[in-house]
Design a binder for this molecule. Sequence first.
Ligand SMILES: Nc1ncnc2c1ncn2[C@@H]1O[C@H](COP(=O)(O)OP(=O)(O)OP(=O)(O)O)[C@@H](O)[C@H]1O
Ligand SMILES: [Mg+2]
Length: 218
Amino acid sequence: MSALALKNVTYRYKNSPKAAVSEISYEFMEGKVYAVSGHSGSGKSTLLSMLAGLDLPTEGEVSFRGNSLKDLDLDRYRRESISVIFQAFHLFELLTVTENVCFPMELCGIRPKDAKARAVSLLEGVGITKEKMERFPSKLSGGERQRVAIARSLASNAKILLADEPTGNLDSANTQNIVDILWSLAHDKGYLVIIVTHDSEIAGMADVLLRMKDGKFC
Ligand SMILES: Nc1ncnc2c1ncn2[C@@H]1O[C@H](COP(=O)(O)OP(=O)(O)OP(=O)(O)O)[C@@H](O)[C@H]1O
Ligand SMILES: [Mg+2]
């Protein structure tokens, strides 16, 4: 069974004459990396926000393991089943880097001490030093903030990872490191990874490349 499925999904923003996503049907399977590419405004982020349960489609249906998101507790779905790396990071500016990564684990009831140990290991995995872990996000570079956002998204136990341009601010060494982490989660641990990217090298490495144009896969 697919992990996530779209059935005739259309999304129309209020007051907008044209659909941002238009009648897409598709099934995403666990254990694979999917890249979604396409020109600016083609509907990639809108699609991701429906998969993330942040918006429900105007028409059609998004399903998680065969259950329509309409029938699920969406707060729980977002907390437990999926993890999102947003295009604009959305770090909590009043929490330190470590606290940012601990936050989703504590929401899921993990003891603070265990959460901290896991946070440190995830942050080390994306190349954030111990000293930087105690800083506030505003004291980091764009690429460092992005890597913290990635570490935070890996903190939950969700097996579906949605990422909007996760390597947009990274140099090639850090991009390769993130690619290694995400690809191994899919191929070794069975995660479903969906990455929106403009980077043709990353798109070329995905198991499946989906190109979007005018709200459709083409
Ligand atoms: N809040 C909004 N209200 C109205 N229209 C919107 C809104 N957000 C996006 N759109 C429009 O919907 C279409 C798809 O936008 P979307 O953000 O999904 O594109 P994208 O493919 O992610 O682009 P980018 O590569 O620039 O991030 C665009 O035409 C955009 O102008
Ligand atoms: Mg976008």
